[in-house]
Design a protein around this ligand. Structure first.
Ligand SMILES: [Zn+2]
Length: 351
């Protein structure tokens, strides 16, 4: 009996302990279920987010594909336009080339028809150009046809005085006889029209009309200069880029050597591009004209190597006379009038 009681007490306490551990287990399991549910819920929401992102990406891809299609359409339109423009350009280039070829042929044929004949056999070298016979060199005499001396005038003031007094005068450029050997003498116009006669027997200073005949024969003033100029002896001419400030557009040549713009202080360096061009002609005329320069009324000499000037016998008015001139930087044959007191080259024409 006693044992039974003890047993029942033991069982009682054991059952309490068992019941307690069961409860704990259930609670643990419940907690576990809760946390699993949370995980499932969060994964579900993640999955939803992913699905949303995927659908966004899909629509973006669709958009991109549409853009791509548009771009490829644009590209093909542009390509078609480009092809059309290239075709048009090619046609224009071809027709331009034809025109240039024809023009060159015409020029060549024109130049070939020119009658030009040099004769170096006599005392006076000559060149026949069409109907005219010209001296091959600038005049270099110091006496008139009748043997009377033409005064050489070296001094600047004396040169100016000769002009004022309407007296004939000659000089070498810079009074240097070496220039005479190459370019002949410079004469004022009072020497040209002196009744003693400047040119040798059988020759005369060409009139403005004589010059016009020559230049017309050579194809007109726009091309005659190159044909009149010698193939060598003319200074090169320099072409420089125009320097303007890239910011204010106001920089000019005088600032070529400076670094910063005087106006806006922009200080980038602007490249100084210099191109040298030949100043020589093609001498198709056979005249072999050289740049002898000019002596002005005031007695100063200028432009040797760059410009050549030749008198005509034709007055423009009481003060000025027509002459022709050539520049090293031009193919043109120019016509201008200036004071009778200038010292200019003379090229004689056969009577
Ligand atoms: Zn500037």
């Amino acid at each position: 009996m006693k044992n039974f009681r003890l047993l029942s007490i033991f069982l009682f306490f054991s059952s309490i302990t068992l019941a307690q551990s069961k409860k704990e287990l259930i609670s643990i399991l419940n907690n576990r279920v809760d946390s699993l549910n949370q995980i499932v819920a969060s994964e579900r929401s993640d999955k939803q987010k992913l699905n949303t992102e995927i659908s966004n990406l899909k629509s973006q891809i669709k958009e991109l594909e549409r853009n791509k299609e548009n771009l490829s359409n644009d590209k093909s339109t542009l390509e078609t336009k480009n092809n059309t423009l290239n075709k048009q350009l090619k046609i224009k280039q071809d027709s331009l080339l034809l025109v240039i070829t024809e023009l060159l042929k015409y020029r060549h044929a024109y130049n070939k028809k020119l009658v030009v004949k040099q004769d170096n056999s006599g005392l006076i070298k000559t060149v026949t150009i069409g109907t005219q016979v010209w001296m091959l060199e600038n005049l270099n005499v110091s006496t008139f046809k009748n043997g009377v001396a033409i005064p050489e005038v070296q001094d600047k003031d004396a040169w100016n005085k000769a002009s004022k007094n309407h007296q004939p005068a000659w000089c070498y450029y810079d009074n240097d006889p070496k220039n005479g050997a190459k370019y002949g003498k410079l004469y004022n116009w009072y020497a040209v029209i002196d009744t003693s006669g400047l040119c040798p027997q059988g020759w005369h200073v060409p009139s403005d009309a004589d010059w016009e005949i020559l230049i017309t024969y050579l194809g007109g003033k726009d091309v005659a200069g190159a044909k009149m100029k010698a193939k060598s002896g003319w200074n090169k001419w320099v072409e420089q880029n125009e320097i303007t400030c890239p910011v204010c557009n106001l920089w000019s040549d005088e600032y070529r050597s400076k670094i910063a713009c005087h106006r806006c202080k922009d200080n980038r360096t602007i490249p100084n591009v210099i191109i040298y061009h030949s100043g020589d002609g093609n001498n198709i005329s056979g005249l072999a004209s050289l740049p002898g320069g000019i002596r002005l009324n005031n007695g100063y000499c200028s432009y040797i190597g760059e410009d050549g000037y030749w008198w005509s016998s034709t007055e423009n008015n009481n003060f000025d006379v027509w002459y022709r001139y050539l520049y090293n930087d031009s193919e043109l044959a120019y016509r201008f009038n200036d004071s009778k007191g200038c010292g200019i080259s003379v090229r004689c024409l056969r009577d």
